[in-house]
Design a protein around this ligand. Structure first.
Ligand code: PEP
Ligand code: MG
Length: 757
């Protein structure tokens, strides 16, 4: 594996001198001129030239030692033209002892290169993209060996930093030329939130920027690598031992990858060799990652490509362990509007970004009821999930079309597709304007039945949707969402202030506050939370509220204070049995008594409700109804427990359809029982916001639905176009059929009856 000592020490000297030149004074062009002279001298070549990629897939001679000086900035080759163009097109190095006999050789008289026999070139690569080509030429017939090719590639990697610096050609031109040099790609995933967007991609947790490429002390770098590999191995072992679920099968894959690369010692040994040639440990990891990634990109075997993703992950992890010389890309570099691409993303992380304009979201994992999808829906961001290799196929800066309606992502689309997407985004904006036009129109069916449409909210920004959509109030305020973007748990005064603002923004419309539903996938970083095997069925929501009554008491205290003189609607999440409700109500009573003792003006009224999310509650409905003022069905959780189907598991996202007999029967029974008890019923799960599902819900007897702001217009349009009596008959007629899904039948019905779904 190791190279001959002579070559290694020569390379190191060359790299050090290169580093000094890179760091030296003068403009980038002058430094590039010095670099080609240095490389020619050190590699004993008569010629060394650098070609840089310009907009329109053209490679321009930017610096040369040996070719005629007047050719600089004049000689231009298209990608694919000549040997230099071939190196750029294939992104592979080339070494020829008799260059002129190669079929791709293109003679350029202005360069005077006919006297040079041999040629060796390497692509100047960064992030897997070709930024240019580095070439050396010799007068005599020279057989370049593996080591020389390796050295040239290492030099090209360093020159890439100079080109990417943006002084030789503007960063914008680099981005454009990259786009032109890459084929467009279409990837298909799963629709998590409909919509269409087009914009430049931004990778969440992008590849690190390496500040120091050339090693000061090779032995010390090898030692750093050894320590980082050991630390990485330990941390992977710990993750596995602790049984922490990282995402679908991730730890198993990491381990397999780790074993695979550790077993043949190839990966780490190649990194060590790159360090011995004079790179820092992090630059060496980067170099080997680029090489492997190029090799695997060309593989058509999906297994190999999957391994590439694992390998990227492994390289990322290793780089984090080497992290002191790595800087994250500055957030200030984000474009004003962009498409966010992530392996996985928490709701809090998405909210961090939404200060800026996230046009669309592409995830490698994800499922429709995962909270990041719910937050994205609140922000009206189209989302596609389960695009397994998104982060390795998409580079920051690539133009991406997120066509969430068809669950596809178009990467670097052609000009006509871009134009079509832009015009389609425009058409949607007009459609949205049409929905906004419905804002003041009554929500009644064609046969005159009124339906109440409410908003699901959790962020202050959501409250603006009340006026924009004409929603009658907030049917679900997820109080945990604002806590997920904070660093500490807010004191009672802060909470009170926040809820007051919510009341003020509601301008007298009812707001149903749900007490904290933390746990599950909503972990607050500042509250200690032990890892659980099944967090969705674990210590979450009201269970935490009752076990840690201080949290619940403080929240209710703040709500009571904020509601002074107004109607307070409170509901408790994940109640499974009546004693839990009784205990929660006792806490509320205590806080009401306390407010009275303190002489505070009480709420005008207090309405207490429960979320129906745990199936056990279905068999306690008559008793439950006697103890509550209203009931809300949370189908996101209810469905996952009913079908025993994890709402966050992408593999199961389409496994069962709520538009099937068991769910319809359940919902109908809840309608009957709550009607009998005269308890108002509403639905605030994602089902309520899907027009076709909402059509079935109103046919089953639901008269109040709560949903994301973006769903209100489409659901209202459906309601205004439906004949409720007719659809009720149809649902009664086919609703009990034992099919896997009745969706296509309901869709056909809607089409035939001109219902807007
Ligand atoms: C539900 O489970 O349907 C619900 C509305 O609650 P959440 O999505 O916040 O768990
Ligand atoms: Mg829930």
């Amino acid at each position: 594996m190791s190279e001959a000592p002579g070559i290694v020490s020569g390379t190191r000297r060359l790299l050090r001198r290169l580093r000094d030149t890179m760091a030296g004074s003068g403009r980038a062009q002058e430094r590039l001129d010095r670099i080609v002279r240095l490389v020619a001298a050190e590699m004993i070549a008569e010629v060394c030239s650098v070609y840089v990629m310009r907009a329109g897939e053209v490679l321009e001679l930017f610096a040369t030692k040996g070719l005629r000086a007047e050719a600089v900035h004049r000689t231009r080759l298209r990608v694919g033209e000549g040997l230099v163009g071939l190196i750029a097109a294939t992104a592979q190095p080339l070494a020829l002892s008799d260059a002129q006999s190669h079929p791709a050789f293109a003679y350029r008289p202005e360069t005077g290169e006919e006297i040079y026999h041999s040629l060796m070139g390497a692509p100047i690569l960064r992030g897997g993209r070709v930024l240019g080509v580095l070439v050396v030429q010799n007068r005599t017939e020279h057989h370049y060996d593996e080591d020389e090719i390796e050295v040239l590639q290492t030099i090209a990697m360093i020159v890439a930093e100079l080109v990417a610096g943006g002084e030789l050609v503007s960063p914008r031109e680099i981005a454009e030329s990259r786009a032109a040099g890459m084929l467009s790609v279409r990837l298909v995933g799963v629709r998590l939130n409909p919509g269409l967007a087009i914009g430049p991609a931004v990778l969440h947790e992008p590849r690190p920027v390496i500040r120091q490429l050339v090693a000061e002390d090779v032995t010390a770098e090898i030692e750093r690598l050894r320590r980082a590999v050991a630390a990485m191995r330990d941390s992977i072992d710990q993750l596995v031992a602790a049984g922490i679920e990282l995402g679908a099968g991730e730890h198993r894959d990491i381990l397999e990858t780790y074993r695979m690369f550790a077993a043949d010692r190839g990966w780490v040994a190649r990194i060590a060799d790159a360090i011995r040639s004079g790179l820092t440990a992090e630059a060496a990891v980067q170099k080997i990652r680029e090489e492997t990634s190029r090799r695997m990109m060309q593989a058509s075997d999906p297994y190999l490509r999957e391994r590439l993703v694992d390998l990227e992950d492994l390289a990322n992890r290793l780089q984090r362990h080497l992290s002191e010389r790595i800087a994250d890309a500055e957030p200030a570099e984000l474009p004003a509007e962009f498409v966010l691409v992530a392996r996985a993303l928490g709701p809090a992380e998405l909210m961090d970004y939404s200060q800026r304009r996230v046009l669309g979201l592409v995830l490698e994992g994800g499922s429709p009821t995962e909270h990041v999808a719910i937050v994205a829906r609140a922000l009206d961001i189209p989302v596609i999930g389960r695009l397994e290799d998104a982060t390795s196929r998409i580079e920051s800066g690539d133009v991406v079309v997120v066509d969430a309606d068809h669950a596809q992502v178009l990467i670097r689309p052609s000009e006509d597709i871009r134009l079509a997407a832009i015009s389609s985004v425009g058409a949607r904006t007009r459609k949205r304007a049409m929905y906004e036009g419905l804002r003041a129109a009554p929500t009644v069916t064609r046969d005159g039945v009124g339906i109440k449409l409410m908003l699901n909210a959790g962020l202050l920004v959501d409250m603006t949707h009340l006026a924009a959509t004409g929603a009658e109030g907030v049917g679900l305020f997820r109080t945990e969402l604002p806590l997920m973007v904070r660093d500490t748990f807010p004191a009672v005064d802060d909470q009170t202030e926040f809820y007051r603002r919510v009341f003020d923004l509601a301008e007298g419309r009812p707001v149903v506050f749900r007490t904290l539903d933390i746990g599950g996938d909503k972990v607050l970083p500042y509250l200690p939370h032990a890892a659980e095997d099944n967090p969705a069925m674990g210590w979450r929501a009201i269970r935490i509220g009752l076990d840690r009554p201080a949290l619940l008491r403080e929240q209710l205290r703040a709500l009571i204070r904020a509601a002074s003189g107004r109607d307070l609607w409170v509901k408790f999440p994940m109640v499974a049995e009546l004693p839990e409700l009784e205990r929660a109500k006792a806490v509320l009573d205590l806080e009401l008594a306390r407010a009275a003792e303190e002489g505070r003006a009480p709420p005008a009224s207090v309405q207490i409700g429960v979320m129906l999310e745990v199936p056990a509650l279905l068999w306690q409905l008559p008793d439950l109804c006697r103890r509550i003022d209203f009931l809300s069905i949370g189908t996101n959780d209810l469905i996952q427990f009913l079908f025993a189907c994890d709402r966050g598991n992408p593999r199961l996202a389409d496994r069962y359809d709520p538009l099937s007999a068991p769910m319809l029967k359940l919902l109908r029974e809840v309608v009957v029982e709550t009607n009998a008890a005269a308890v108002p019923l509403s639905m605030c799960g994602e089902m309520a916001g899907d027009p076709i599902e909402a059509m079935v819900l109103i046919a089953l007897g639901f008269r109040s639905l709560s949903m994301a702001g973006s769903a209100i217009g489409p659901v209202k349009a459906m309601i205004r176009s439906v004949d409720l009596a007719a659809v009720t008959n149809y649902v009664a007629e086919i609703g009990a059929r034992p099919d896997h899904s009745l969706r296509s039948k309901f869709e056909a019905y809607a089409r035939d009856h001109l219902i807007a779904v």
